[in-house]
Each structure stands twice: as structure tokens, then as C-alpha cells.
Write a new protein. Structure first.
Ligand SMILES: *[C@@H]1O[C@H](CO)[C@@H](O)[C@H](O)[C@H]1NC(C)=O
Ligand SMILES: *[C@@H]1O[C@H](CO)[C@@H](O)[C@H](O)[C@H]1NC(C)=O
Ligand SMILES: *[C@@H]1O[C@H](CO)[C@@H](O)[C@H](O)[C@H]1NC(C)=O
Length: 402
């Protein structure tokens, strides 16, 4: 019934008529109100929800699923990241970024690296994928930034090639799949060795997402995380005003000293990804850079609210707002967030489909094989741009086979 309604307005995009029935069809309880009330109430709610429903309908109308063979969904990401280097990557350019990261070489299918790495577990998380594909990789030399933060701002004018896991469009950095797909992710009490092993999370969360019925999920927004950015504050504050709508609280981070660091409240306990899956609506915020949380949330098959669209990882661009998740402006205040939550609560079936779409995208397009494939394509395309033939740098150590 309800999805019929959804499909109808997708096809005809005749919003006004479809939406008149919308309020009623979403929740049977709403249907039984007096005629007068219907007029007053539905006019108001329809215009209130109209803008969201229109965005969803238009996004779905335009959406063309990407070709998911051989990680082709991400072809344009590699292309646009390498575009500034189309005239070639010289030895000098690499020497100029050397101080900002760890130098790697691939020569005759052997992997070499600087003696030290600023974050050893992060280098290991990257090397896992390079080693897996080594037999297939061309000779290459690159500098890899293991910090959270990207390095080459476009304001600086000159493009310099450095690999970073996350960036905004203001940076020249070339995105690579984060170490945390394997290891080296943030260590919290529940994941003392650091968030990693995406293959394992995929299996467990993916199964949980399939086995937990949408109707059994708690119809509330949920968030746990530390206060790495004040963009997270409005949701936390909304939760304090409206605990029936939102369960959001700050956890401790390493720098925690007093309740002031958790917005004047005692820190909350950290919560596993599995626990997140019990809730219908999950919020993703940027942290210092993009948040590793994002990809996991989709596999709960809960509806993801993604706050801010600036911070990227390599797989973000083919994810489409209003098709795979609900976008939230990074400046959104309590009122805006509250309105969005009222919209989703009153349009349950429409947003369930978004949750479903998000799950399917991540399940089908962010497999370990896709991560491996991305690395391989990236190195191949990148290596073609080198204007010199790399020869083994004696200062590096051999990594493969340790
Ligand atoms: C509402 O739904 C009813 C029955 O499903 C249909 O007959 C009617 O035309 C719809 N009204 C509008 C305005 O779409
Ligand atoms: C609507 O609600 C009233 C009061 O609760 C009830 O008496 C009536 O039977 C309901 N009508 C329908 C169509 O469910
Ligand atoms: C979940 O269901 C989808 C659709 O039926 C299926 O393709 C996928 O393999 C399932 N995921 C898991 C982890 O079993």
C-alpha cells in the first residue's frame, strides 16, 4: 500500500495529490481524525513534509545506480583526485611532500617503506592491502599521510601529490582507503585493538541488519561519540530536551578532564556498533576528519543521518543524499534536526526504503574486494603519471615478507 504510494509519486511526481494521502497512509492511526482536523492538520503537515518528500522523489528519479563490477563505482573519484597531476608527477614534487608523510616504493613487486611510520598500526593497515595485490602492481613511488588531517590545501596554489584517507574538496590530497578497513582504527574500550577488520564487521553487522526487523527497532535517533567537533552539540542538546526523540550523549575521549568536555554532563559509556543497530535512526558526524563510523551504520539497516557533506573518504561520492541517507546541514540547529526527526517518524515507509538502499549500497559496493580493487586501480593510474622510473631508495626498508 504504502510503497505503492511512494512509487506513484516517484513516477508522476504529482506531489500535491499524492501527499494529501501521504500523512494518512503512513500511520493508520492518523487516518481517523475528524474532517476538519484533516484539513487543518494535513495542510500543515503536508507543506511541512512536502519539501523532504520532494527531495526524496527527485533524488530517486535522477539516481542511476553505478556499475559495481571491478569497483567501477569509484572510477570518477580516482580520476578527479589525479586530475591536478595530469601533466605528470616529478621526483621533485615527491621530494617536496616527503616531510608530510611516509615514503613507499613498489619496485619489481616488492614493497619498501621509510624505516619508521608515525602511526605503525596505520601503516600496517595500509600495507595489508598493498601486499595482497603486490604481484599485480606496477613500479611506483608515493608519499602516504597517516595523520587524520589532509596536507595540501588548494590555497597553497601548487598541487603536490600525497595520499590521505580523508579530505574536503579544498585539498589536493589523493584519497586512499583508510587503514581501518584492516587495522589501526581508533581504540575505544570496546575495540581495544582499534576499530578495524571491516570484513568481520561486514559479516556481523550485515547479518544483524538483515535479521532485525525495521518495526522492531526503537524509533529514536541515536548517537554516541566524543566531542571531537562542536557540530555534534545540537543533537546532544536536543536529546536532553526530548529524550523521547533522541538518545545522544558524549563519551570520553583521551583528553577528557571534566564534565565540561562532555557538554556539562557526565560522560556516557561507549556503545558497540551492534547496539546501534537497535535504533531506527543513526547520526553520523565528522570527527577530526571523516568518521569511521559511517560505513558501519548502513549495515545496521537503520536510517543514516549524515551531518555535513564536506569531509570525504574514497567511497562517499557514489552515496547519494535522500537515496541512501538523509543529509543534515553541518550548521543545523536543534529545531531543524527536530523537524527532520518528526518527518521521518511520520513517513516511516518512505524512510525505511532509504535505510534499505543505504544497506544495499554498502553491502554490494564496499566489500573487501572493492577496497583491494580501489588500491590496485589507484596505484596503476597514479604510476602512469610518474615522469621518472623509480629505483630502490637505499634508505627504505623492505616490507614485504616481514
Ligand atoms: C487518496 O486515496 C484514495 C484511495 O486510495 C483515492 O481514491 C484518492 O484519489 C486519493 N486522493 C488523492 C488526492 O490522491
Ligand atoms: C475513529 O475513532 C473513534 C474514537 O476513537 C471511533 O469511535 C471510531 O470508530 C473510529 N473510526 C474508524 C473509522 O476507525
Ligand atoms: C542481507 O540481505 C541481502 C538481500 O537479501 C543479501 O543480499 C545479503 O547477502 C544479506 N546479508 C547478509 C550478511 O547475509
Amino acid at each position: 500500500m504504502i510503497s505503492d504510494c511512494f512509487i506513484i509519486f516517484l513516477i508522476f511526481i504529482s506531489f500535491s495529490s499524492a501527499f494529501e494521502n501521504n500523512t494518512c497512509s503512513k500511520q493508520n492511526g492518523d487516518c481517523n481524525i475528524t474532517a476538519q482536523k484533516i484539513n487543518k492538520y494535513s495542510k500543515e503537515t503536508n507543506s511541512k513534509y512536502h519539501k523532504y518528500l520532494k527531495l526524496i522523489a527527485e533524488a530517486n528519479e535522477k539516481y542511476v545506480p553505478c556499475d559495481n563490477t571491478k569497483c567501477s563505482c569509484y572510477t570518477s573519484v580516482i580520476k578527479s583526485d589525479l586530475e591536478p597531476f595530469k601533466n605528470g608527477i616529478t621526483k621533485k614534487m615527491l621530494a617536496d611532500v616527503q616531510s608530510k608523510g611516509t615514503k613507499y616504493q613498489i619496485i619489481k613487486h616488492q614493497l619498501y617503506r621509510d624505516e619508521t611510520c608515525m602511526f605503525p598500526a596505520r601503516c600496517l593497515g595500509v600495507e595489508h592491502f598493498l601486499i595482497e595485490s603486490l604481484h599485480n602492481l606496477p613500479d611506483a613511488e608515493f608519499v602516504l599521510n597517516t595523520r587524520d588531517w589532509p596536507q595540501i590545501h588548494k590555497r597553497q596554489g601548487t598541487a603536490l601529490p600525497i595520499f590521505s584517507f580523508s579530505k574536503t574538496n579544498d585539498y589536493f590530497d589523493i584519497m586512499y582507503p583508510a587503514w581501518a578497513f584492516w587495522e589501526g582504527g581508533p581504540a575505544i574500550s570496546l575495540y581495544p585493538r582499534g576499530i578495524g577488520r571491516w570484513d568481520v564487521h561486514r559479516r556481523t553487522l550485515g547479518a544483524l541488519g538483515n535479521s532485525t526487523a525495521w518495526s522492531e527497532k526503537i524509533p529514536k535517533a541515536f548517537f554516541r561519540g566524543s566531542r571531537t567537533s562542536s557540530e555534534r552539540d545540537p543533537l546532544i542538546l536536543l536529546s536532553r530536551d526530548h529524550p523521547e526523540l533522541v538518545d545522544a550523549a558524549y563519551t570520553k575521549n583521551q583528553a577528557w578532564k571534566s564534565d565540561a568536555d562532555t557538554l556539562q554532563a557526565p560522560p556516557a559509556k561507549e556503545v558497540s556498533f551492534e547496539e546501534h543497530c537497535k535504533y531506527k535512526y543513526l547520526f553520523n558526524f565528522r570527527g577530526v576528519a571523516a568518521s569511521f563510523r559511517f560505513k558501519h551504520m548502513f549495515l545496521c539497516k537503520s536510517l543514516v543521518f549524515h551531518v555535513g557533506d564536506e569531509w570525504l573518504e574514497f567511497f562517499y561520492r557514489p552515496l547519494v543524499p535522500w537515496v541512501h541517507y538523509i543529509p543534515v546541514d553541518s550548521n543545523a540547529d536543534k529545531k531543524t534536526i527536530r523537524e527532520l526527526l518528526e518527518f521521518v517518524k511520520n513517513n516511516d515507509e518512505v524512510v525505511r526504503e532509504i535505510a534499505e538502499n543505504g544497506y544495499n549500497f554498502i553491502w554490494n559496493n564496499l566489500k573487501m574486494a572493492d577496497v583491494r580493487c580501489y588500491w590496485k586501480r589507484l596505484i596503476k593510474k597514479y604510476a602512469k603519471l610518474l615522469t621518472f622510473k623509480p629505483t630502490v631508495d637505499k634508505k627504505l626498508k623492505l616490507i614485504k615478507g616481514y
